[in-house]
Write a protein that binds this ligand. Structure first.
Ligand code: PLP
Length: 374
């Protein structure tokens, strides 16, 4: 009988046969003794840690299971995951991508891949008609980040998957913000899921990592496998081990992040100094119905627009005591950030603050925001 995700996440490694240890050892050896047969080796055989490593193998198996995928590759960052995907496409291919997505990915597409011949059309993914209008015969991939970072806009995964497939393209969903606790894009028709492990999956602000998960072990998945193993952008044994440990509590952490975030969103939405709160599971979100339909919970990321413009937003960051002024999201500590000043090629509103709700008590977080808003 298949186990539920919470159970699979805890039982993510075999008991160590040598010692009986429940917690797997970290295997730092870069090279492994293997039998010389003169025959070709399986790509996942333990030969050299760039090809495979026991900690990475356990992590990849767990992540594939959590997203109901056929296989996964754990790589050195979420950005490296996307870079590898783009390298697997070919000059002359076309991508349709959301116009609001993590800025680093947009920079990769514009600065590195456009001159190489991989063209991208950036469209509003909340409007399936805009996606359809951008499709071309040479479109190989549609990229959907949902919810987006930082505008917290959603795309209808099922509808966009249908459009992509109608035109013979793959749908890639960046599930970093939602996590598999909130939504499983492969079950909604996506072909590939990418996540930054740096955020909720590792969850403690101490790992940089990424993962690519495939619905099918097909030709494209094989090409990515070759790029990862021959190119060498693999996740280290230590970071694989830390992420596996983080995954054990993923469901419980994300539910707590989400419950607290909704409380904070409700407080901020009523505050006279806040123009707007962007949080999928707050009823004021323009795609609230889609959020309820597509996401089991809202996760811990939100953005707010502060009345009084850029200066008022920056003042709020400087006055908050419990929210650390820092980038990233998805960890134990609550973070707050003025996004326009950190992003390259940014069209983010100057009065927008992105807030990552950590695992502190929500009443303490609300009290801190109350004092910071004066
Ligand atoms: N995707 C999303 C939605 C992100 O927010 C980020 C980083 O913030 C990335 C991908 C890139 O991940 P990493 O920082 O691990 O390279």
């Amino acid at each position: 009988m298949p186990y539920r995700p919470e159970t699979d996440a805890v039982h993510n490694s075999a008991i160590d046969p040598a010692s009986g240890a429940i917690v797997p050892p970290i295997v730092l050896s870069t090279t492994f003794e293997y039998e010389t047969t003169g025959r070709e080796h399986d790509p996942d055989e333990l030969i050299y840690t760039r090809y495979q490593n026991p900690n990475r193998a356990a992590l990849e198996a767990t992540l594939a299971k959590l997203e109901s995928g056929a296989l996964a590759h754990a790589v050195s960052s979420g950005s490296a995951a996307m870079l590898t995907i783009f390298q697997a496409l070919r000059p002359g291919d076309h991508i349709v991508s959301g116009d609001d997505l993590y800025f680093g990915i947009r920079v990769q597409l514009k600065e590195f891949f456009a001159p190489w011949g991989l063209e991208t059309s950036f469209v509003d993914m909340s409007d399936p008609r805009a996606v359809e209008a951008a499709m071309r015969p040479e479109t190989r991939m549609v990229i959907l980040e949902s919810p987006t970072n930082p505008l917290i806009r959603l795309g209808d995964i099922r509808a966009v998957a249908d459009i992509a497939h109608q035109y013979g393209a793959m749908l890639l969903v960046d599930n970093t913000v939602a996590t598999p606790v909130a939504q499983n894009p492969l079950k909604l028709g996506a072909d590939i899921v990418v996540m930054s492990l740096t955020k909720y999956l590792a969850g403690h602000h101490d790992v940089l990592g990424g993962v690519i998960i495939f619905a099918e072990d097909d030709e494209f998945a094989d090409r990515i496998m070759r790029l990862v193993k021959i190119g060498g952008s693999v996740l280290s044994p230590m970071n694989s081990w830390l992420t596996l440990r983080g995954l054990q509590s993923l469901s419980y952490r994300v539910r707590a992040h989400s419950d607290s975030a909704l409380e904070v969103a409700c407080f901020l939405a009523e505050h006279p100094k806040i123009e707007r709160v962007m949080y999928p599971h707050h009823p004021s979100h323009p795609q609230y119905d889609l959020a309820l339909r597509q996401m089991r919970i809202g996760s811990g990321l939100m953005s707010i627009l502060v009345k009084g413009g850029r200066e008022a937003a920056i003042a709020l960051v400087r006055k908050s005591k419990l929210f650390t002024s820092a980038t990233s999201f998805g960890g134990t500590h609550s973070l707050i950030e003025h996004r326009e000043s950190i992003e390259e090629d940014s069209s983010t509103p100057a009065n927008l603050l992105r807030i990552s709700i950590g695992l502190e008590h929500p009443a303490d977080l609300i009290a801190d925001l109350q004092q910071a808003l004066g």
